[in-house]
Design a protein around this ligand. Sequence first.
Ligand SMILES: *Cc1c(COP(=O)(O)O)cnc(C)c1O
Length: 463
Amino acid sequence: MSAAGAAQAQTAPAPLEAHVWPLSATVSDDGVLSLAGIDVTTLAEDFGTPAYILDEGHFRARARLFVESFTQAFAPLGTSVDVYYAGKSFLSVAVAKWAREEGLRVDTCTGGELAVALRAGVPGAEIGLHGNNKSDSEIARAIEARVGRIVVDSFAEIERVAAAARAAGRTATDPVPVMVRVTTGIHAGGHEFISTAHEDQKFGISLAGGQALAALTAVLGHPELELLGAHTHIGSQIQDAEAFEVNARTMLGLREDLHAATGYLMPELDLGGGYGIAYTPDETPIDVPSLARDLAGVIADVCTELGTTVPRISIEPGRAIVGSTTVTVYTVGVVKPVTIDDGSVRLYVSVDGGMSDNIRPALYDARYTARLANRTGSAQTVRARVVGKHCESGDIVISDIALPADIAPGDLLAVPATGAYGRSMASNYNHVLRPPVVAVDAGQARVIVRRETEDDLLALDLG
Ligand SMILES: *Cc1c(COP(=O)(O)O)cnc(C)c1O
């Protein structure tokens, strides 16, 4: 083997850890990452950086996986499952259309999200509206759009939604469908879950002290409202099916309590979202088909124990549908070695975005991985910290990662699993322009949310 051949062999690109990258991601022999058959070097040239690159086929595949897994698991129970895509994770007109085409409904939690879903042509009946502090106009608009459900979040809101329903001329023959958000005391995130009797957070109505039962009963007292069921959402990035099972059991118990107290059997239960994905290679995404089977098994068992029929079920995955579909592509700028307290060196690698396009590390200590995306770097690695360009020392994308030692200004760095709560939580901090979302599919790239311009920023500034 020639010397050049030996050098090449030594620096063969590291394989992709498939579970954190979009389905269509590949790496060429010379280390260039490509998505849906398009090199990120081309994407960076055509669309600039930073940019969110979204694998449309992956989004559709995840949507179908949820629909098919839950439909298959629950069909033997004689019931069906509606999958609501949690729009807060990332919503645009294109994405809402894809969701609908793949058989999902859309869950919104503000007037803005509702407007995007409606603009996409999602019928009101296939939209849900949440929110712990809905405005009167949000409620009125949801009623006018005839959304499939308004999830009421407090006692006061039951009266407000009822009043708005009456104001819209809705009566017992044409009632407004509502659910009641219940807090079951089960909280989960990551691998652990906890169960508490009393809730110390803003959402929903607690089971404790019969409050949830009282709220459901209060809805039944309003002929202009139709009680579809109870709703619960126990947390996010949950890896453990057991928390969902315990929660389902609790909700079925509540349904039976209401039945015993009032004779009304709620037709539906919404079990919320929160299904976990892998952000880093050491994490394991929740297995959707086995989760669906486990949940169906628990629900079947509990309904048999209680001697009741199986309700219609709805779920609200956001992250688990869009999270892994997207890669943020940054350009590397300043690369600075810093000697830290223990005498070792940390390489600060600055990228052209940061906390304005991904607030999750700062907000939740969220962890991500990254790879050099435009070439094969040196086999030798350095201990690095990927940071943004904002005027905050906490503007960190990845706190600790091994990167090729020869990483240099002008390189492209790709961060996977940024599809959920990335663009949707993006800000204009430091008057940074929010990046575009570029959908890629079968060799084609299309901007679905364009990059902000300085004119966009200044359009709001009235001088
Ligand atoms: C945030 C949220 C979801 C989606 O959560 P994911 O972790 O993205 O699946 C679903 N339902 C409700 C009510 C939520 O608040």
